[in-house]
Design a protein around this ligand. Structure first.
Ligand code: ATP
Length: 318
C-alpha cells in the first residue's frame, strides 16, 4: 500500500486546508495510507507525523490558515537536516511527500526528490509569484480581502476628501496590487515590475480633485515601496491630504473563496492521480482553467512575469 505524507510550509495561505483535505480524501478513496506532517519541514525533521483519516480533515474546507501549521526552518536547508527528515520518512515507509508552499518550499521538495523521496508541490502562497500557474493557493481570497479593505477606506476618504495609499503584500510580485487595484477601480497602481512616475501620479490625483473628485485611491505592492513614503511624496507634490494604510497580515486570513476551494480540490485530486501513474518530482498549477504540472527544474528555469495585458487593461480604464 502506498504511504503518502502531506505538509504545509513557508507563509500560510487561505485554501491550504482545502488542499490538504483533497489530497487526504482522494488518497483514502484510492486505498492509500495518509499522513500529515505538522509544521512543515521542521516537523519532518522532528518526526512530527499524524495519521490522517477522513474525519481528521472534516470541517477544514472553509477555514483559513492550515490545521497542520506551517514553519520556516534554516536547519532543513542543511544536508544533516534533510538526512534526519529522510530517515523518519524511511522508518515509516513513506515514499511520497506532497509539499504545499511557496518557491522556497519547492526548493526543499526538490532537495528531497534528489535524494530519492518522491515529492510533489502545490503552490501555497498568497503572492501569486510562482511561474507556470495562473493562480496560487490563497491569491484569489486575498484579492477579495484587499478589495473589501479598499472599499472601506474609500468610504472614509470620501468624507474627508483624502487620498489613500494602501500597501498590499506580494513580496517582489505586483499581482495582488494589480488585480485588487483593477477590482477596486483605484487611481494608481505601483508595482515592482513597472517603473512608477510619481510626479505624474501626483499631478493626475490633483487634477482629479480639481475636477470634483472626493477621494483618490492608490495601491502599492510592498516590493515597490512603503505606503508611508509614497503618501508623504504625494502630499508634498500635490498638497492633497494623503494617508497611508498598511494592510498587513489581515490579507492572509479569512474563509477561502469558492475559487480557492474548488481549484485546490482539483489539484489535490490530481496529485493522487500523478502518484498512481508514478509521475514524480513535479509541481501542479492551473493554466487556462486546466490543472497542469511541471518539473521543479522547469519551474525554477521560468521567470515569473506580471501579466502585461492586465496592466494595459488598468491603464486604459483610468
Ligand atoms: P512564501 O512564498 O509564502 O514565503 P515559501 O515556501 O517561499 O513561502 P520560504 O521561507 O522561502 O517560504 O521556504 C520555506 C522553507 O522551505 C524554508 O524555511 C526551508 O525550510 C525550506 N527551503 C527553502 N529553501 C530551501 C533550499 N534551498 N533547500 C532546502 N530547503 C529549503
Amino acid at each position: 500500500m502506498k504511504k503518502i505524507a502531506v505538509l504545509t510550509s513557508g507563509g500560510d495561505s487561505q485554501g491550504m486546508n482545502s488542499a490538504i483535505r483533497a489530497v487526504v480524501r482522494t488518497g483514502l478513496s484510492n486505498g492509500f495510507e495518509m499522513f500529515g506532517v505538522r509544521k512543515g519541514f521542521k516537523g519532518l525533521m522532528n518526526n512530527d507525523f499524524i495519521k490522517l483519516g477522513s474525519k481528521e480533515v472534516s470541517d477544514i474546507l472553509y477555514r483559513g490558515g492550515t490545521f497542520l501549521q506551517s514553519a520556516r526552518s534554516e536547519a532543513f536547508k542543511t544536508p544533516e537536516g534533510q538526512a534526519k527528515a529522510i530517515e523518519h520518512l524511511k522508518n515509516k515507509g513513506i515514499d511520497y511527500v506532497v509539499v504545499i508552499g511557496g518557491d522556497g518550499s519547492y526548493r526543499g521538495a526538490q532537495a528531497l526528490q534528489r535524494q530519492g523521496i518522491k515529492t510533489y508541490g502545490l503552490p501555497g502562497t498568497i503572492d501569486n509569484d510562482i511561474p507556470l500557474t495562473d493562480y496560487t493557493i490563497g491569491f484569489d481570497t486575498t484579492l477579495n480581502v484587499v478589495t473589501d479593505a479598499i472599499g472601506n477606506l474609500r468610504d472614509t476618504m470620501s468624507s474627508h476628501e483624502r487620498v489613500s495609499v494602501i500597501e498590499a503584500m506580494g513580496r517582489n510580485c505586483g499581482d495582488i496590487a494589480l488585480q485588487a487595484g483593477i477590482a477596486s477601480g483605484v487611481d494608481a497602481i505601483i508595482i515592482p515590475e513597472v517603473k512608477a512616475d510619481i510626479n505624474k501620479i501626483a499631478a493626475d490625483l490633483k487634477a482629479g480633485f480639481e475636477r470634483g473628485k472626493s477621494h483618490s485611491m492608490v495601491i502599492v505592492a510592498e516590493g515597490a515601496g512603503k505606503a508611508e513614503d509614497i503618501a508623504k511624496e504625494i502630499k508634498t507634490l500635490s498638497g492633497l491630504d494623503t494617508r497611508p494604510t498598511v494592510l498587513g497580515h489581515i490579507q492572509r486570513g479569512g474563509t477561502p473563496s469558492v475559487f480557492d476551494r474548488v481549484f485546490t480540490s482539483r489539484m489535490g485530486h490530481e496529485v493522487i492521480d500523478l502518484i498512481k501513474q508514478d509521475i514524480v518530482g513535479v509541481a501542479l498549477g492551473i493554466e487556462s482553467n486546466k490543472i497542469t504540472y511541471h518539473t521543479f527544474d522547469e519551474i525554477f528555469a521560468t521567470e515569473n512575469k506580471i501579466n502585461d495585458h492586465l496592466y494595459q487593461v488598468f491603464q486604459d480604464l483610468i
